[in-house]
Write a protein that binds this ligand. Structure first.
Ligand code: ADP
Length: 418
């Protein structure tokens, strides 16, 4: 068993690698950074050491192998290289674990082969995740490496929530079911919300609203996820930055047969040219709010900034209203699924920062015991905090997510189990 107390968390995307080196004694970040535009002529590595200035390298990183070796060199320059005895393990974010991986898993050749077999259900994500794993294993073959799956927390969805109402044989043949994503965040935030309430996660029912560029909601009953808004792919559910979320599946046939669009064009439309972007031309909620309110965005990070009043932009207003309406539909639905709701937690870029979105999502829900105190809602902080009034039956909270810490903790716990 290792005596190290540090975990390196790697999140390998198709053209990027993000990393954090975390000290498990106190959860502090010893270093973090990212390599982006891998494979392009001008790639970039940004390394943020615990102390000292950020270091930026702009050059070509031919592939993930080159990128990860460059990361290893940066860490070595800080005397925290991958050969350090302090390093206990590497934790890898893996998007899709299918039905096979419902827990953090120690990586072996067989596990890599199994993640590879899941590529047909996660063609955009799993190949990059596998590359990250392979390169990290080639650098440190002796070090425990753990895969933490985005889908795992949702493996507890009851069958009636996980199945689409389609022919079962066809569904099973193609592994079609609702897997859900952002699981690491939903797990971390639902537990952190229980802590904020001073209660055991097993006792509380929480609706988590993870509103980032991608967005998803989940219903967590006593620490167990029972519903989530993403499905077979991360396209289902809420209106997102560039993804449509729920649409009538008949829209695909219509655009193909009547509109003459190819399947790839429809894929591109729904995943990359829809959502807030499709409705108003902007996918950043700060900009949507600024335009929709006539230039007076109240996002906490904007406070004190210059206020420029313009006319209300109807496209942006529609985008904002559609975004909020969809969340409220899920909020009401999950209320019914859970029966009793103790807390609603807002998290990720929009959830943690947008005063306007939180206020609009919770407006006129007093009958459900949900309301937001305007002064508490306007507070800007990195801490988990309650924003509902003391009389509210349901605690509304802002709970910053920390997927890297969750991955590190699950990795560290597994390495100490075996
Ligand atoms: P990702 O899904 O890429 O991890 P994040 O959770 O970082 O996304 O969220 C990014 C989004 O958060 C941005 O696109 C932006 O819309 C939103 N956001 C960030 N800061 C603010 C802010 N101060 N006010 C409103 N929205 C914000």
């Amino acid at each position: 068993m290792t005596t190290g107390t540090r975990v390196l968390v790697l999140n390998a995307g198709s053209s990027s690698v993000k990393y954090q080196l975390i000290d498990m004694l106190d959860g502090s970040r010893l270093a973090s950074g990212l390599v982006e535009r891998i494979g392009e002529p001008a790639g970039r590595l940004l390394h943020l050491p615990l102390t000292g200035e950020p270091r930026e390298t702009v050059r070509r990183f031919a592939d993930h192998d080159g990128a990860l070796h460059a990361v290893a060199e940066e860490l070595a320059a800080d005397l925290m290289g991958l050969d350090s005895p302090e390093l206990a393990a590497i934790g890898h974010r893996v998007v899709h674990g299918g039905l096979r991986f419902t827990r953090p898993t120690l990586i072996t050749d067989a596990v890599v082969a199994e993640i590879r077999r899941l590529i047909p259900v996660a063609p955009l994500h799993n190949p990059a995740n596998i590359t990250g794993i392979e390169v990290a294993r080639s650098i440190r073959p002796d070090l425990p490496q753990v895969a933490v799956f985005d889908t795992a927390f949702h493996a507890t969805l009851p069958e009636h929530a996980a199945r689409y109402a389609i022919d079962r044989k066809t569904a099973d043949e193609h592994r079609v079911r609702r897997y859900g994503f952002h699981g690491t965040s939903h797990q971390y935030v639902s537990r952190a919300t229980a802590r904020l309430l001073g209660r055991d996660p097993a006792e509380v029912n929480v609706i988590v609203l993870h509103l980032g560029n991608g967005a998803s909601a989940s219903a967590v009953a006593g620490g167990v996820c029972v519903e989530t808004s993403m499905g077979l792919t991360p396209l289902e559910g809420l209106v997102m930055g560039t993804r449509s979320g729920d649409v009538d599946p008949g829209l695909v046939f219509h655009l193909h047969r009547v509109g003459g669009l190819t399947i790839d064009q429809i894929d591109d439309l729904l995943n990359r040219r829809s959502g807030l972007l499709g409705l108003c031309g902007d996918n950043d909620m700060r900009e949507v709010v600024r335009r929709a309110t006539g230039g007076a965005a109240r996002s906490a990070s904007n406070e004190g900034g210059e206020e420029r009043r313009e006319g209300v932009d109807e496209d942006a207003k529609l985008a904002f209203d559609s975004y909020v309406h969809r969340i409220r539909r899920y909020l009401g639905g999950y209320y019914a699924v859970l029966g009793r709701v103790d807390a609603v937690a807002f998290t990720a870029g929009v959830g943690e920062n947008s005063v306007e979105v939180r206020a609009a999502v919770c407006a006129n829900l007093e009958e459900l015991g949900i309301s937001v105190d305007p002064d508490l809602n306007a507070v800007h902080s990195r801490q988990a905090r309650v924003i509902s009034p003391s009389y509210g039956r349901v605690t509304v909270a802002v709970v910053p997510t920390d997927e890297e810490l969750e991955i590190a903790q699950q990795t560290f716990a597994l390495v100490h189990e075996v």
